[in-house]
Design a protein around this ligand. Structure first.
Ligand code: ZN
Length: 458
């Protein structure tokens, strides 16, 4: 093991230079003019994987190709070795607006131990850290305790459209004991983290139809219901004063937080006043009985994302609008079922809707919530690897958003995902001046080294 760790130390500046080379590809999946750059980036990655001793290939898909790279399989003596998959993506977000960058997004620049450039943190640097860890094993002739397959795709930032079909097609090859993903974050460099749960989502639009057309409010107002008012009254009934969603059955299936989890969350660095200032609100508000971290990651929410009705232009227009619409999403936690929740909401809105307007509900996209038990042997193994690499006690976090691919890994490969993010909160992912801390890069490589030992031992 010491040889592996020494190798990483000795080769750190080369690893940074390689990351710079990787970042130079403008592999922006959202912009069609970069299609060729994505391909070149994928080809570079395959070459890189081969150079470090992996068996690598570029797999064509309907969209951008997927890089698959495997550690040379040890000669089987009958016993089956554990097999893990590392998932990452080589595509990046658009760099615009370019004038807000202090240096060009695809000309990586190192300053004060930080590497600037689009994709440095999300996700090129994080994925490369895992490749460097495996390289250290292979180049020092240190036997790996498991087989590892890297799957690095080129469409993550545009919804991973080709991934599900790819997983289905290569199910046998990718059959694994767990998927490791470094594409999220940690609260600070002193708080390396395992993200063990994600919220799901369900989206829908509620429209209340009133008169057949906008009406003159002076001539007709007072004789018909106003859909905007009716919608406000309807929505107003959906949350109580304690911040709880007032829809019968909404909380069905919600797993209560364990004492262990709440104790772990209490260790997270958090100052309510800083948080309030960051968000620019006069006062925080959330479901009573839960801390802000619990509210934003472990509790379901009901949010109005958009509200439209009537005249929106300059000055006034005296009408009773023909309709009013709200765009709504609910964030869901394990084990809520998106379809059941939507059904409950439908039933409740129907019950509340007055006969003076007509209710229409259109359903949008959804994603199921996700959870790996934080006390499971794999989760505990990951925590030990984090501790060894970062030299401090790691934290457990839940993410408030969704990462739909983890549900695909669960459904198609029946494998849990261990989310070991290396990004810091101020890494500016998806924003101008994206950066990656080179210390996180180095420690991420170390984490990779320990991870395979720890995971293979359970
Ligand atoms: Zn990412």
């Amino acid at each position: 093991m010491q040889a592996v760790i020494d190798y990483l130390k000795k080769n750190q500046s080369r690893a940074v230079a390689e990351l710079c080379e990787y970042v130079r590809f403008p592999s922006v999946s959202a912009q069609p003019q970069h299609r060729g750059d994505l391909r070149s980036c994928g080809e570079w990655l395959v070459e890189h994987c081969r150079a470090i001793g992996l068996e690598a290939r570029l797999c064509a898909t309907k969209g951008n190709p997927i890089v698959v790279a495997k550690t040379p399989r040890a000669k089987s003596n009958g016993a089956t070795r554990p097999h893990f998959m590392v998932y990452g993506h080589y595509d990046v977000q658009p760099a615009e607006p370019l004038d807000l960058w202090k240096s060009p997004p695809f000309e990586p620049r190192v300053a004060n131990g930080v590497l600037f450039g689009r994709g440095t943190s999300d996700d090129k640097g994080q994925a490369l850290a895992h490749l460097k860890a495996v390289e250290a094993y292979l180049k020092t002739g240190t036997p790996l305790p498991c087989d590892i397959t890297f799957v690095i795709e080129g469409e993550e930032e545009v919804g991973s459209g080709s991934l599900a079909a790819f997983l289905l097609e290569h199910r046998a090859e990718l059959d694994c004991d767990a998927v490791v993903i470094s594409d999220t974050g940690m609260p600070s460099s002193k708080h390396p983290a395992l993200t063990y749960a994600l919220r799901g989502i369900a989206s829908f639009e509620v429209t209340l139809h009133g008169p057949a057309r906008d009406l003159h409010s002076g001539i007709f107002g007072g004789t018909v219901d106003n859909p905007a008012m009716a919608l406000c009254q309807l929505l107003g009934k959906l949350r109580d004063k304690d911040g709880r969603v007032a829809i019968p059955g909404f909380y069905d299936g919600v797993q209560p937080l364990s004492a262990y989890e709440r104790k772990q969350f209490a260790r997270l660095p958090f100052k309510a006043r800083d948080y309030q200032r960051l968000l620019g609100v006069p006062k925080l508000f959330g479901e009573r009985g839960f801390t802000p971290h619990e509210q934003r990651s472990a509790r379901p929410t009901f949010e109005i994302n958009g509200l439209t009705s009537g005249y929106q232009g300059e000055g006034s227009k005296t009408i009773v609008p023909a309709w009013a619409r709200a765009k709504i999403t609910v964030r869901l936690v394990p084990d809520q079922d998106p379809a059941k929740v939507i059904k409950r909401i439908r039933q409740h809105l129907k019950k509340l809707c007055p006969p003076t307007v007509r209710l229409e509900i259109t359903e949008g996209h959804g994603a199921e919530p996700y959870l790996v038990s934080p006390t499971s042997p794999q989760a505990q193994a990951a925590l030990r690897a984090l501790k060894s690499a970062f030299g401090c006690e790691p934290v457990l976090i839940r993410e408030g958003g969704s990462i739909p691919i983890v549900n695909q890994f669960k459904k198609i490969l029946h494998a849990d995902s261990l989310l070991l993010g290396l990004a810091l909160p101020d890494d500016n992912a998806h924003s101008p001046n994206e950066k990656f801390d080179l210390d996180c890069f180095a420690k991420g490589q170390l984490m990779g080294v320990y991870l395979w030992q720890e995971l293979s031992g359970v």
